[in-house]
Design a protein. Structure first.
Length: 335
């Protein structure tokens, strides 16, 4: 190979090298630009910092909401606990009322004391009848001996008037007693309605609390509430039966009081028959040995009795308080 050929080859090689060097320089510039562009991450760092701050704000908000949610849950639990305690108190009160009601019903069903009182009253009535029969015999003998029954007729008429007045008083008392029974039944009805209202309110609360779900625990209180109502309905006839003997007992007591009043008035009539004359003449006469003087009206009687003092609106205690503890009530009490 000649020197010219070598120069040509070197020229071509130099041209190729130059082209390759230029291409490499172009690539290096482009690579350097890409590296510089990739090294400029300021915007990315700012975006990351903004994102971090937003995440911190979101985290703080979430923690605050979590605390509020926890507080709401605790408050709801406390309200549920209070409602549970209130329900327990109502249940305890209802159980106590049920026990009291059962005790009252048992006491009303036990009429042994009432039967004993009726037997005792019958015995007293028999004794009074015997005494009245004895007195009637004596009174009949006195009437037959005196044959003047005008004072007796007046006394009987007065006694009939008093009996009519007592009968009117008894009728008024019967009306008041019937009114009291009606008020008692109205009170029982109001209590039953109040319990029904409480039951409905509790059922509505349970329905609102548990939604539309109905459980066995929500049905059990309704069954327990219906049981005392049934007991109350059974107790009402028993209460009415228990009051009927009391009315009979009061009629017997009124009859006994009327018998005592009749006896006292008859004694007064007998004394009036045995001592004829005006009231002034009776006052001037000496006191009979077997009689005692009433210091209120000045009349003489075989005894100062409670029925007689009731005609002066007084009792034996008030009579003694006014005229002394030693005031004689019978002829044997005289000094």
């Amino acid at each position: 190979m000649s020197v010219i050929d070598k120069r040509e080859d070197m020229s071509e090689t130099r041209e190729e090298f130059t082209a390759a060097q230029q291409e490499f320089a172009t690539y290096a510039d482009k690579f350097t630009a890409d590296v510089e562009m990739k090294r400029d991450v300021g915007d990315l760092v700012g975006a990351i910092e903004t994102l971090r701050m937003e995440m911190d704000d979101t985290n703080d908000t979430f923690h605050a909401y979590s605390e509020e949610f926890t507080a709401d849950i605790n408050h709801l639990h406390s309200e549920i606990e209070e409602q549970r305690e209130a329900i327990d108190e109502v249940r305890d009160a209802f159980d106590a009322y049920t026990d009291t009601f059962a005790t009252a019903v048992a006491a009303k069903q036990d009429v042994s004391g009432l039967l004993d009182a009726i037997d005792a009253l019958c015995a007293e009535i028999d004794t009074t009848n015997e005494a009245f029969e004895v007195y009637a015999d004596e009174f009949g003998a006195d009437v037959a001996a005196l044959r003047d029954v005008s004072d007796l007729l007046a006394a009987i008429e007065e006694l009939q008037l008093e009996f009519a007045a007592v009968h009117d008083v008894f009728d008024d008392y019967t009306d008041e007693f019937d009114a009291d029974i009606d008020r008692f039944q109205e009170g029982v009805t109001e209590q039953r309605n109040a319990f029904a209202t409480t039951e409905e309110a509790f059922t509505a609360f349970a329905r609102d609390f548990h939604g539309q779900e109905t459980t066995r625990e929500s049905i059990a209180p309704e069954e327990e509430t219906e049981a005392p109502d049934a007991e109350a309905e059974e107790a009402e006839p028993l209460a009415e039966e228990a009051t009927e003997p009391e009315v009979g007992q009061e009629e017997s007591e009124v009859g006994e009081s009327e018998a005592e009043t009749e006896e006292a008035e008859a004694e007064s009539a007998e004394v009036a028959e045995e001592e004829p004359g005006s009231e002034k003449a009776a006052e001037t006469e000496e006191a009979p040995e077997d009689m005692v003087q009433c210091l209120v009206c000045g009349e003489y009687y075989q005894a100062i009795t409670e029925p007689h003092l009731q005609t002066h609106d007084m009792t034996i205690q008030k009579y003694r308080e006014e005229y002394g503890e030693d005031v004689p009530l019978r002829p044997d009490d005289k000094a």
